[in-house]
Structures are given as C-alpha cells and as structure tokens.
Write a protein that binds this ligand. Structure first.
Ligand code: ZN
Ligand code: FE
Ligand code: FE
Ligand code: ZN
Length: 273
C-alpha cells in the first residue's frame, strides 16, 4: 500500500469556489486500483488571491485568482468525508519567509510541500522559458537551485522537498555527476538535520527527461542518511494518481529505503515499501 502525497485538483471541473466532491472521489478510485491507500491533496500556493506578491513574477501574479477559502472549505470536507490529507505546494522564495509563514498560517494544513520552481523570474519548469537555461553556465543554475533548496529546508516551514532535481526536466545537458554530487550531499545533510522528507516524484516520467525525480544517486545518499521518503505522482488529473508507484517503490528499495511516509493529522505515518 502507498500514500500519494502530491495530488493536484486544479484541472477539475470546478469554478472558483466550487469543487465537486466527485472530482476528488475520482482520484481516490484510480488510487485504489494502484494500491494507493491515502492521498494528500495540494493546490499550488500561488493560485489564491491571498498569495499576491509572494512570488514576485508576472507569471505567478497573473494566476492568483481564487479566494483561499474556496479551497480550505474543500479541505474541511474531504478531510472528514474521505480521509484525505490536505496541504499546499508552496513555492519558496529566499527572503520572503515571514510572508510565506503568514500565508501558511491561514489554515491548519496536514502537510506543506516546499518547492523551488523559480530562481528569480526564471521558471525552471516553464516551457516558454526553456531558453534561459542557456543564458548562464548550467552548473551555476544547478548550484543556485540547490542553495535555494537548502535554505528552504532550513526555514522549518515545509514538510517535504518536492522534485529535488527539477532543472533536468527538459532533458538535454546536465552538469557532470562529480559536480552534482556535492550539491546532492548539501541537500541530504540539510534534510537529515531537520527531518524534512524527500520526495520521489514520478511526474518526471511524463516530462521530456523521462525519469523520476530525484536521480538514483541522490536517492541513495538520502537513504543512507536516514532521510524520510514520500512517494508522489504530482498528478493534475485522476488518471495519474499512483502513476508508476510500483517502479518507484522498486527504485526506492534499491536505493536502500525500507519505508515511505505520509501525513495524517499532523503526524507522520510510515508504510513499508
Ligand atoms: Zn500544477
Ligand atoms: Fe512542483
Ligand atoms: Fe505539483
Ligand atoms: Zn508540483
């Protein structure tokens, strides 16, 4: 049995303020077929009016559209009716810790995913910005990305680090492994010190890179350091809940993990892999 703690309802048939429960039930139904015993629902933090200014990029500013209360009402409902864990996928922006903390404190989330999608106004996973990977040395981008992730972990605001090698998303060139290993180690050390969990995210299989996040080398370092692991599909539609989880569990076992964790009522629950 698995937990899938990165499931987005955002492409659903809902209007601002109305999420039909049947849409969430559709995710659970697919999950059951794939051995998923519990899902963790997340909306992207930037989608709400209250998030205005948190991500200082025009791309995100244009997307702060819905009252947060529309989502938290759904959270109240699915928590009790469906036993779903509820949270946010929250972008980390260095220097904005207080504003992020204030935003997160608007609701009692079961868990918060911490994501670095942006380095300044460069969206690492935004297809239209793909050319910006060529604007400066690739290794510099990866170093800044890991520096930002380490700072994110240290804030204590997040329970999980998502897709921890996102800059590989479009495939193509990557810095050499011996340059990346120290970056992986810096993240693993920060995670081991704080007990923040690492995500094994299968959505990379559906991206041009065609591999899970993170790469096996990072996964093995995390296993050796005793970092908690969370399995995640990053599904944006029901058909992707629990996507490739048997392969993910196999990869995690080979890296040295024996269990994966999920979140319930502020507590971590471990399931054997
Ligand atoms: Zn999304
Ligand atoms: Fe993400
Ligand atoms: Fe996501
Ligand atoms: Zn995501």
């Amino acid at each position: 049995m698995y937990f899938d703690h990165h499931v987005h309802p955002e492409h659903g048939p809902y209007h601002p303020g109305t999420y039909p429960l049947s849409w969430i039930e559709a995710y659970l139904a697919v999950g059951r077929e794939r051995g998923v015993a519990g899902i963790g629902l997340v909306e992207h933090g930037y989608r709400f009016l209250e998030a205005a200014g948190l991500l200082p990029t025009p791309w995100a500013e244009a997307r702060c559209r819905y009252p947060l209360e529309a989502y938290t009402r759904l959270c109240d409902e699915v928590r009790t009716a469906l036993g779903v864990a509820v949270g946010l996928e929250m972008d980390y922006v260095p220097g904005r810790e207080d504003a992020i903390r204030a935003y997160l404190s608007r609701y009692r989330w079961d868990f918060v995913l911490g994501s670095v999608h942006w380095l300044g106004d460069f969206g690492l996973d935004v297809a239209e910005m793909r050319d910006r990977y060529a604007e400066r040395p690739l290794l510099e981008i990866w170093r800044e990305y890991y520096r930002t992730q380490v700072a994110m972990v240290a804030t204590g605001l997040f329970d999980v680090v998502t897709h921890p090698d996102l800059p590989k998303i479009f495939g193509g060139e990557r810095p050499p492994e011996d340059e990346l290993l120290p970056l992986y180690r810096s993240l693993v050390e920060a995670l081991a010190d704080t007990r923040v969990a690492l995500e094994l995210n299968t959505s990379g299989l559906r991206r041009p890179v065609r591999e899970m996040y993170p790469t096996p080398a990072l996964l093995a370092l995390a296993a050796r350091a005793g970092v908690p692991l969370v399995l995640a599909s990053d599904a944006h539609e029901p058909e992707n809940v629990g996507y490739a989880f048997d392969a993910a569990a196999e990869l995690a076992r080979r890296a040295g993990f024996r269990e994966a964790v999920g979140f319930r009522d502020g507590e971590r629950v471990a399931l054997p892999l």
